[in-house]
Design a protein around this ligand. Structure first.
Ligand code: C2E
Ligand code: CA
Ligand code: CA
Length: 843
């Protein structure tokens, strides 16, 4: 009952009362059977009340029909009691019944008017037919039921049309009559019982038997109904939990709980309020008759009346207009006449509320049975929701784990596994190129500036690569990934072999600018190896090829390199060599050869250069040009240098003991200088072998010194402070100027053999050698020429005033024993080879 309802009730009630008044005025007041026994109206009132109260509950097509068994009393009353007394009995019983049921005043008046009107209508019909025929004799068995049926139908028609005329309530249609049918059947039965009672009134024993029979039937029916009710309830509950079994996701569970609750409690509307906690978010979802759950705005307010109610009662609550403030607030909020609210409990706390509002059939309000049912449903719903939340969490964690498994923790970029997947699908589509990028000397950043700075640098590099590649990816797709360490990979669909280097070069542009880190900026270089589908259509192989190309680029001093068929064999050999080299270094299987150096002025041997040699059991003789860079890349170079130093100094000591005055030069590779171990190894080994520091010369290339000037200068100064000689090897191949070298504590330059060997033919080489000798001398540096292969070069160098010569003309690198032999034979042999050394002019 909503808007307009009071007006309708007033109208209907008024009409009914008018009918009653009119009927009572016009109809005769005597009982219809003049010769019947007396029946006191009070007894009749009691029987009416019994009928009202007991009622016959019949479950029909998921609706409960309540037959109030009062037609027997009415018919018997019409037959035996004066009309006003009958009305009095009916009204009194109705009042008491409605009071017990705590119905509202409007409803009480309405009901009483309805009952009275029914009595008056039936009385009128009986008078019209002839009471004697209707209540006694053979025809009565037909007429009495017919009269009652007509009474009910008339009442129905009148009531429904009155109501629908006004507020558009239910129309008087076929359906409404179908709904009436069960009541009519009941009324017919009652009419027959009433006739039986009238028939048997003269025989009190039979009458008593009838009453006993009726009572027995009533008791049996109640028991059966209750049993069936419980069974039905269990069935509903199991149906409810069954519906929830298959649901695992919280959203599904919520939807099912709402739908099922509405269905089980025969209401169109249900609502679920969940208070959020650490385990799951707050939710507020409403199921509406129009279908589907509707998510309410935001989480439910903490003081939502439904939550207030369940918190206060800690049990399911039946809410009606007569409930407390919170109850009424809930009804107002729902716009409902009545509702049931049940708590969702988690442990001892109330985690939410399940609400159903208004029965769909409107005939009946919720009962205490519904409340119990709601309580059970809420308990089952809590279990299902907990399960749902667990599932959600597992799924979330799985998603997080999946992300972790496929992404790099530092940069968040896809890792090798994910990249391989992408690459695989791209390879299936068509042309695709892979660029493998590796930072140059990243280990040095980690070693000298710390891993924090290293990580920050990697993040910056990743960000720049991402920015640089974003437009490229937007155009044709593609993925950037960090494979680990300082290695990144880019997959570019559609990239063909011809464009590999152009694309790689473009990516390398990222390193043109320094990377700002705190108050400094790091200049970083990288090498890129590129490969494409033409090389292999297997992701693993393709990445491997790109890596081979990348190492090739590194070997050539950085930049880009594309994979060439056959590179793979080279790469495999390199891998094998690294393994073999490691074993050789560990077992001290490397040997040292010595190449003598001769003073160009006197022709006397002044020193030797120690050159490492390796004969591998598997690979035979491997040249230092091949394995020294490998030692650098695989972190073996420190051990290698120490080994050579140790061997060479041991020799130097024995030569000194034999009275041979020779320096020994040892090559230090770029990594060897940055590696702090050199600084500690040199004094230790000098000491161990008892060699004077000035007998040792360390040869460093320009590149070694220039690659990290700040570090180099410091190390060089400390080495020089030990008294060790420092020589710049391969001079002329780099970019450094002598002016710069002057600032370093070096005492010697070695002109690269390429210039020396080219001296005879190439005018440029001769000019370079000449100017180097002059400039170096101006700066107070000794000049050594290496690669002296013939007497012409030797003489030319002599003429230029170069200090020392080294080369095949004098000797190839020799074993220590062969060197002894060479030294012993040299004065005469050398004389024959080079002619007598020029006489020095006394100064
Ligand atoms: P390098 O330091 O420039 O060594 C001189 C190289 O020139 C040696 O080659 C030597 O055999 C070669 N050579 C000497 N005289 C002549 C000549 O008249 N004509 C020609 N064509 N070549 C001549 P080797 O021994 O093969 O060494 C090559 C490079 O390997 C060395 O170049 C050096 O950079 C590196 N290396 C050799 N031993 C060591 C070592 O113990 N430690 C380190 N770090 N590097 C080494
Ligand atoms: Ca050298
Ligand atoms: Ca050299």
């Amino acid at each position: 009952m909503r808007t307009g309802a009071p007006a309708r009730v007033l109208l209907v009630t008024g009409t009914l009362l008018a009918v009653v008044g009119l009927g009572t005025g016009l109809l005769p007041h005597e009982p219809l059977l003049t010769d019947g026994p007396d029946l006191h109206w009070a007894l009749l009132a009691g029987l009416f009340l019994l009928g009202d109260q007991v009622g016959l509950h019949v479950e029909l097509r998921r609706r409960t029909l309540i037959f109030q068994l009062t037609e027997v009393q009415m018919l018997v009353g019409l037959a035996l009691v004066p009309l006003p007394e009958l009305l009095l009995a009916r009204v009194l019983a109705g009042l008491v019944h409605n009071l017990i049921k705590r119905r509202s005043a409007v409803k009480v008046v309405g009901n009483v008017a309805l009952h009275s009107a029914e009595v008056v209508t039936a009385a009128t019909l009986l008078h019209l037919v002839d009471p004697a025929v209707a209540l006694t004799g053979a025809w009565a068995w037909l007429v009495a039921p017919a009269v009652l049926v007509v009474t009910i139908v008339v009442g129905h028609v009148a009531l429904t049309s009155l109501a629908s005329a006004h507020v558009g309530a239910r129309q008087l249609d076929r359906e409404s009559f179908v709904a009436l049918a069960p009541f009519l059947a009941c009324v017919v039965a009652e009419a027959l019982v009433a006739l039986l009672v009238l028939e048997l009134l003269d025989t009190p024993a039979a009458c008593a038997a009838l009453v006993v029979l009726g009572a027995a039937f009533g008791t049996y029916h109640r028991a059966v109904t209750r049993q069936r009710g419980r069974f039905a309830q269990l069935q509903l509950l199991s149906h409810f939990t069954e519906a929830l079994v298959g649901q695992v996701e919280t959203d599904e569970v919520v939807a099912t709980v709402l739908e099922q609750t509405a269905e089980v409690l025969r209401s169109d509307r249900s609502e679920l309020l969940l208070v959020g906690d650490a385990e799951g978010p707050a939710r507020w979802v409403r199921h509406t008759p129009l279908g589907g759950p509707v998510v309410q705005e935001g989480p439910p307010p903490q003081d939502h009346p439904a939550l207030v109610l369940v918190r206060r009662h800690e049990a399911a609550v039946l809410v009606t207009r007569r409930s407390d403030v919170a109850g009424r607030a809930l009804l107002a909020e729902l716009g409902a006449r009545n509702a049931v609210v049940a708590p969702l409990r988690r442990g001892s706390t109330v985690a939410g509320a399940l609400v159903v509002a208004d029965r769909s059939d409107r005939m009946l309000d919720f009962t205490s049975h519904d409340r119990e049912l709601a309580e059970s449903l809420a308990a089952a719903a809590t279990v299902a929701l907990d399960k749902g939340r667990l599932f959600d969490r597992v799924r979330q964690e799985a998603a997080v784990r999946e992300h972790q498994v496929l992404h790099d923790a530092l940069t968040g970029l896809p890792n090798r596994a994910l990249l391989t997947r992408h690459l695989q699908s791209a390879l299936r589509e068509g042309e695709v190129g892979v660029l493998l990028l590796d930072l140059d000397r990243f280990q040095d950043v980690n070693d000298s500036l710390g891993h924090d700075v290293g990580d920050r640098l990697l993040l910056k590099v990743a960000a720049r690569l991402r920015d640089r590649l974003a437009p490229r990816f937007a155009g044709g797709g593609g993925w950037l990934s960090r494979l680990g360490g300082d290695e990144f990979a880019v997959v570019l669909p559609g990239l063909a072999e011809a464009d590999l280097l152009t694309e790689a070069q473009a990516v390398l542009g990222v390193f043109d600018e320094a990377f700002p880190l705190g108050d400094t900026a790091l200049v970083v270089r990288a090498s890129i190896g590129a490969a494409c589908r033409a090389h292999s259509s297997q992701p693993g192989r393709l990445l491997q090829f790109a890596e081979i190309a990348m190492y090739d680029a590194k070997r050539r001093g950085g930049g880009c390199s594309a994979y060439l068929a056959g590179d793979e064999d080279v790469a495999r050999r390199r891998l094998e060599l690294v393994g073999a080299l490691r074993r050789a270094v560990e077992a001290s299987q490397l040997t040292v050869a010595y190449q003598p150096k001769v003073d160009l002025a006197t022709g006397r041997p002044v020193g030797v250069e120690a050159l490492v040699r390796w004969t591998s059991p598997d690979h035979g003789i491997v040249g230092p040009d091949e394995f020294v860079p490998l030692a650098e890349q695989s972190g073996l170079v420190g051990a290698l240098t120490t080994l050579v130093l140790d061997t060479a100094l041991e020799r130097a000591a024995s030569w000194a003991r034999a009275g041979r005055d020779l320096t020994v030069a040892v090559n230090i590779s770029p990594r060897g200088l940055a590696d702090g171990s050199l600084l500690s190894a040199v004094p230790l080994l000098l000491e161990r072998h008892g060699v004077a520091p000035d007998r040792l010369v360390l040869e460093l290339t320009e590149g070694t010194v220039m690659s990290d000037p700040a570090v180099s200068v410091e190390v060089l100064e400390r080495l020089a402070a030990l008294g060790v000689g420092l020589s710049i090897d391969d001079f002329g191949t780099g970019y450094s100027s002598l002016a710069y070298l002057k600032r370093l504590p070096v005492h010697e330059v070695k002109i690269d053999r390429a210039f020396v060997m080219g001296m005879a033919g190439d005018g440029d080489d001769a000019a370079i050698v000449r100017s180097t000798v002059h400039l170096a001398h101006d700066l107070g540096l000794t000049v050594v020429a290496e690669g002296v292969e013939d007497a012409v070069a030797y003489a030319g160098l002599q003429a230029l005033g170069c200090d020392v010569a080294q080369g095949y003309l004098l000797s190839r690198p020799l074993t220590a024993d062969d060197l002894e032999t060479w030294l012993d034979s040299w004065p005469g042999h050398g004389h024959a080879l080079l002619g007598a050394p020029p006489q020095r002019q006394p100064v």
